[in-house]
Ligand binder design. Structure first.
Ligand SMILES: [Fe+2]
Ligand SMILES: [Fe+2]
Length: 273
């Protein structure tokens, strides 16, 4: 089932503590079958950042059958435990997940460079602290990694908060400083992967492909089933397939093809907009 190019399995919003074990087990089985080049884990591994939830998330991640790149989400911060939230926000993340919560994490292989950044913040100016933000230091790190990679590599940014919203979820808010990020990443990046909304969709913003997946294995559904996205890239084409949970397995619900000219993306056959 593995194609000639790069294959990314994108999973998000696992929310251990609210996980559905049968879905999690089936997802692992499917990931073994589809043999991705990389598994992008787009944050919210836990529900309340509790010790037991991190242990369960870590045990799940240990079973992933391919290299993974993991970034945190807002639920991976101590929610109302303010003292810990402000003084040691990533203590359990560091203990159980181990990836650096402040720097950019990078995965590179033939034809692919992926950089993950943490967009969750211990506080924000907005009253809704679940909102995230990307900063200039992170954008610089992403840009430098991409600029050093071979020109035609697929360049992927992995984050938790979204760079594109649909009309139905406009009120949720984009990742903070998304306009700055898009200016910085245009013509330099290809794909922006996110979660947080618990709805699956893909689209184009400023010439970049955005892929959002639903909650992979939790019962925190927002009107649609569990899902993950399977992204296949060959040459200058990318297909984002949304794999939704059916009765007892994942099935392709929707598949969208994108094509690039340089690092500028469009949907083949769609009117220029
Ligand atoms: Fe979430
Ligand atoms: Fe979230």
């Amino acid at each position: 089932m593995k194609p000639a190019g790069v294959r990314i399995a994108q999973i998000a919003d696992l929310h251990f503590g609210r996980d559905v074990p049968a879905v999690a087990e089936t997802l692992l089985e499917e990931l073994r079958e589809v043999r991705p080049t990389l598994i992008a884990v787009c944050g919210d591994l836990t529900q309340t950042a509790a010790e037991a939830e991190f242990q369960a998330a870590s045990a799940f991640l240990d079973k992933l059958p391919a290299p993974s790149l993991i970034v945190p989400g807002n639920h991976d911060l101590p929610g109302w435990r303010f003292w810990t939230r402000f003084t040691r926000p990533w203590r359990r993340w560091r203990r159980h997940i181990a990836s650096d919560p402040y720097g950019a994490v990078t995965y590179e292989t033939d034809g692919l460079i992926a950089v993950g950044v943490n967009t969750a913040r211990r506080w924000t100016f907005h009253h809704d602290w679940s909102r995230g933000r990307i900063n200039m230091r992170q954008l610089t790190a992403i840009g430098e990694a991409f600029d050093e990679a071979p020109r035609d590599d697929l360049r992927v940014v992995i984050a938790h908060h979204p760079f594109l919203l649909t009309d139905a979820v406009r009120g949720r808010g984009l990742v903070g400083r998304s306009s700055l990020a898009l200016r910085h990443l245009r013509h330099r990046a290809d794909l922006l992967l996110g979660g947080h909304i618990h709805l699956a969709y893909s689209g184009i913003v400023d010439g970049l492909v955005v892929s959002q997946c639903g909650t992979a294995v939790s019962n925190r559904l927002k009107g649609e089933p569990n899902s993950y996205n399977l992204i296949d890239a060959t040459g200058d084409r990318v297909t984002v397939a949304i794999r939704r949970w059916g009765d007892d397995r994942f099935e392709t619900h929707e598949s969208t093809e994108y094509a690039r000219d340089g690092h500028e993306w469009s949907i083949p056959g769609a009117p220029a907009g």
